[in-house]
Design a protein around this ligand. Structure first.
Ligand code: MLT
Length: 261
């Protein structure tokens, strides 16, 4: 699968994986703010943005293997810094578990390592069917948009919310259903966390209601070499909602990696 991607900047590669049902557009402030110092690569995961949306269930492993294929296309053989938000974090955890030599550091943002509960998996299947039936993204946009952002962003910053609404609305029903069914099937990766040996940044928006700070703390506590950073004035879309603080945190983390070299 050939993924669409953005690729900006010089230096060591930092790969950023977006959440569901979004696209590389959510990383625009990281592409500009971090891409001056690092090579920031942001793919559209399968079924999202400008990447193909084949029929079928998109497992997190398959999405991770698409990213490996992209690295190969770009001739990137050095281990990367791998970041993922929410679904992008599920994909990052799959990639690091199965291709550990590809990763020199992890950034897990507004995400979790556990699997879906049976109820959550059933809810995803119902949403997948609703989206396919409606033949548009609207059911998932209406369900998710209010949960993605902090209350203040939702009420007072339409210039932040509306571009993401547009991205979500442009995601194809087939892509949405594929990703929902793939997330519903994802394994519980909590047992893997103790074996992650690379430096890890766990970042979360202080008002994230989908993967709240308590969940981020549990994730950071379970990874031996992890640090937790809580981004103020932000919900589930922390690096997009508060890029000033998120970029400062990310740049500090990236700098700490260079200092270790
Ligand atoms: C996301 O932001 O990627 C989603 O909230 C992930 C999920 O539905 O579990």
């Amino acid at each position: 699968m050939h993924l669409a991607y953005a690729d900006v900047g010089p230096g060591p590669a930092v790969v950023l994986l977006h959440g569901f049902p979004l696209s590389k557009a959510m990383w625009q402030e990281q592409l500009s703010g971090i891409g001056s110092t690092y090579r920031v690569i942001a793919p559209d995961l399968r079924g999202h943005g400008e990447s193909p949306a084949p029929e079928g269930v998109y497992t997190m492993d398959e999405m991770a293997d698409d990213v490996i294929e992209l690295l190969e296309t770009l001739h990137i053989t050095e281990p990367i810094v791998l970041g993922g938000l929410s679904m992008g974090g599920y994909v990052a955890l799959s990639l690091v578990a199965r291709h550990p030599r590809r990763v020199r550091a992890l950034m897990l943002m507004d995400t979790r390592a556990g699997a879906d509960t049976p109820d959550a998996a059933q809810g995803r299947e119902a949403t997948a069917r609703a989206v396919l039936e409606a033949d548009k993204a609207t059911p998932v946009v209406n369900a998710m948009l209010p949960k993605l952002f902090s209350k203040l962003t939702l009420e007072k910053r339409p210039e932040r919310v509306e571009p993401m609404r547009t991205v979500m609305e442009q995601t194809t029903p087939r892509g949405i259903a594929g990703a929902l069914r793939g997330m519903a099937k994802r394994p519980d990766r909590r047992a893997d966390l103790a074996g992650i040996s690379v430096p890890t940044l766990v970042l979360v928006g202080e008002e994230d209601v989908i993967t709240p700070p308590a969940e981020a703390k549990a994730l950071a506590d379970a990874i031996p070499n992890a640090r937790l950073e809580v981004v103020p004035h932000a919900g589930h879309m922390a690096p997009y909602e508060n890029p000033a603080v998120a970029n400062a945190v990310i740049l500090r983390f990236l700098k700490s990696l260079e200092d270790r070299r």
